[in-house]
Design a binder for this molecule. Structure first.
Ligand SMILES: NC(=O)c1ccc[n+]([C@@H]2O[C@H](COP(=O)([O-])OP(=O)(O)OC[C@H]3O[C@@H](n4cnc5c(N)ncnc54)[C@H](OP(=O)(O)O)[C@@H]3O)[C@@H](O)[C@H]2O)c1
Length: 433
C-alpha cells in the first residue's frame, strides 16, 4: 500500500488548536502506522502571531490571513478552531468549502446557526464537514449515531452536554454550597469562563442538542425550536430537597420523538439518584440514546479540554483519510425532514415545585386546593426549614406532583400567583423518571 499524504491547515491556536498540534507531534508514528498517511501541517493561523503558546509552532508556516490558508492550493483539510457563530469562523469555513477543501470544526455555535447552509454548500462542492469535537468533546457520539446505531429508529436522546453546568450542580450537592459559590469555584479551577452566560443559560448545551437531534432524527438542524432553560434559578434548597426525594438535579438536553413529532428541550431536571445520568458528576458529559434494536446506550467521558477535544478532531481526520464518506448529518441532505418539531404542552411528567409561602395558616391548604382544581394530584408535600427564609417569615414548601402536563402546571401556578398566595413564583422542575 502506497503511503499517502494529507495536508492540513489549522486556524485557531487556542486550547484545542494547540491540542491538535501536540497530538500530531507526540503520536506521529502511531498515527502514521494506523493510517499509512503522512499528515503534514502546511499552515497555521491565529489572531496574534507573537502570543506565547504552550507548544512549539515555529516550524509551521504562519498565515496572517486565515482565508488565505483556507484557500491555499496545496491544502486538503481546513481545521477551524476559532469559535463563534458568525464572523471570521463562518468566513473561513465558507472559503475552504468554496475552494473544495474538506472542513473539520469543533464549533457547535457555528453549526447550530449555519449548519444547514454549510452542509448544503459542502455537498455542492463535493467536500465534507466533520465535527465530532463540537459535541461532548472526546465522546464519539456523532460517529455512534451516524454509523453504529444508524439502523435503529431512535426514540429519545438525553445528554449532559455542558461540563460547566454539571460541575456547578455537582459542587452544590457535594459541598453544600450556593450557586454563586459553586460558579466562583468552577471559574477558579478553569471549568467556567470569565463570562459563563452561554453555559449557565443553557445555550451551549442547546447548540449541541440541535446537532444531535438532527443526526438522531433525520431532520434539518432546528436550533430555534429548542426550548432553553438554564440553571441560574437552581438553589441549594432545590438540590437538597431533590436529594431528600432520591433525585439529583442535572441540566439535560433532551430530544424525544412522539408520533413523528420531535420535542427538544434544554432544562434542569430531577433524575433518579440511581440512574446512569445521575452518576455523571463534575465536568463529565454523557449521552443516553434509546433505540429500537439496542434498547439503551450510554456514552460518557470528558466533554471538553485541550487533548480530549483534539483527540475527537483526529477521529475526523482519520475519516477523511479512510474516505468513509458518511453523510455529515447521518442522512443525505435531500432526505432530511424540514421540521418535525413540536412544543412541550402535551408532555406528561411528574413535577417538583418549590414555593416560598408566608407563614400564615391556611396558605398551604389554598395551594393544595388550587392544585386539585387543576386536576393535579400531589404525591408529596413537605415543609422545609430555611434560616434565611425564616427571617423573612417565609416557609419553603416542596411538592412532588403525580403525572400531569405543562398546561395544568402553568395554569395552577398562574392561579397561585393571581391570588398572591406566594410572594415569589415557584421554582418548577420536571422529573425525568
Ligand atoms: N476548549 C474546549 O475544551 C472545547 C471543547 C469542545 C469544543 N470547543 C470548540 O473549539 C473551538 C476552539 O475553542 P478553544 O477553546 O480552543 O478557543 P480559544 O482557546 O479561545 O482559541 C481561539 C483561537 O482562535 C484564534 N482567533 C481568534 N480570532 C481570530 C481571527 N480573527 N483570526 C485567526 N484566529 C483567530 C485565537 O487567536 P490567539 O490565540 O492569537 O488569540 C485563538 O488561538 C470553539 O468553537 C469551541 O467552542 C472547545
Amino acid at each position: 500500500m502506497n503511503k499517502k499524504t494529507l495536508k492540513i491547515g489549522i486556524v485557531g491556536l487556542g486550547s484545542v488548536g494547540q491540542g491538535v498540534i501536540k497530538i500530531l507531534q507526540d503520536n506521529s508514528e502511531l498515527i502514521k502506522k494506523k493510517t499509512n498517511t503522512d499528515i503534514q501541517i502546511i499552515g497555521i493561523c491565529a489572531k496574534d502571531k507573537n502570543k506565547k503558546r504552550d507548544i512549539a509552532i515555529h516550524k509551521y508556516k504562519w498565515f496572517d490571513n486565515p482565508k488565505s490558508l483556507a484557500e491555499d492550493k496545496s491544502l486538503d483539510v481546513l481545521i477551524e478552531l476559532i469559535g463563534g457563530e458568525d464572523g471570521i469562523a463562518l468566513e473561513v469555513v465558507e472559503s475552504a468549502i468554496s475552494s473544495n477543501k474538506h472542513v473539520i470544526t469543533a464549533n457547535k455555535a457555528l453549526l447550530a446557526k449555519h449548519g444547514n447552509y454549510l452542509f448544503g454548500l459542502a455537498e455542492k462542492n463535493k467536500v465534507t464537514i466533520l465535527y465530532e469535537a463540537a459535541v461532548a468533546g472526546a465522546i464519539p457520539i456523532i460517529k455512534t449515531l451516524r454509523e453504529s446505531t444508524a439502523s435503529n429508529d431512535i426514540s429519545a436522546l438525553y445528554g449532559i452536554l455542558n461540563g460547566t453546568c454539571n460541575y456547578i450542580l455537582t459542587s452544590m450537592e457535594r459541598d453544600s454550597i450556593t450557586f454563586d459559590e459553586a460558579l466562583e469555584k468552577a471559574k477558579e479551577l478553569g471549568f467556567a469562563e470569565a463570562d459563563p452566560t452561554f453555559d449557565i443559560e443553557g445555550y451551549d448545551a442547546a447548540h449541541k442538542l440541535s446537532i444531535l437531534a438532527s443526526v438522531s432524527f433525520s431532520q434539518s438542524i432546528a436550533f430555534n425550536d429548542i426550548s432553553i432553560q438554564g440553571i441560574k434559578n437552581i438553589s441549594l434548597d432545590d438540590i437538597l430537597a431533590a436529594k431528600d426525594y432520591g433525585y439529583k438535579i442535572k441540566l439535560l438536553g433532551i430530544a424525544k420523538k412522539n408520533y413523528n413529532k420531535l420535542t427538544q428541550n434544554v432544562r434542569p431536571c430531577l433524575v433518579p439518584s440511581e440512574s446512569q445520568l445521575a452518576k455523571i458528576d463534575w465536568e463529565k458529559n454523557a449521552v443516553v440514546i434509546k433505540g429500537g434494536f439496542f434498547g439503551e446506550l450510554t456514552l460518557s467521558g470528558p466533554g471538553a479540554g485541550r487533548l480530549p477535544t483534539a483527540s475527537a478532531v483526529f477521529g475526523d481526520i482519520f475519516d477523511i483519510i479512510n474516505e468513509t464518506n458518511y453523510p455529515s448529518l447521518g442522512t443525505p441532505l435531500s432526505n432530511l425532514s424540514e421540521n418535525i418539531s413540536s412544543d412541550n404542552y402535551n408532555e406528561k411528567a411528574r413535577f417538583y415545585l418549590r414555593f416560598l409561602l408566608p407563614d400564615v395558616s391556611g396558605t398551604m391548604a389554598s395551594i393544595t386546593n388550587i392544585m386539585a382544581k387543576n386536576n393535579i394530584s400531589i404525591d408529596d408535600i413537605t415543609q422545609r426549614i430555611s434560616k434565611k427564609m425564616f427571617k423573612q417569615n417565609l416557609v419553603p414548601i416542596t411538592i412532588i406532583t403525580s403525572t400531569t402536563d405543562f398546561v395544568s402546571i402553568n395554569k395552577a401556578v398562574e392561579d397561585i400567583n393571581k391570588n398572591n398566595y406566594s410572594p415569589i413564583s415557584p421554582n418548577i422542575i420536571i422529573i425525568e423518571d
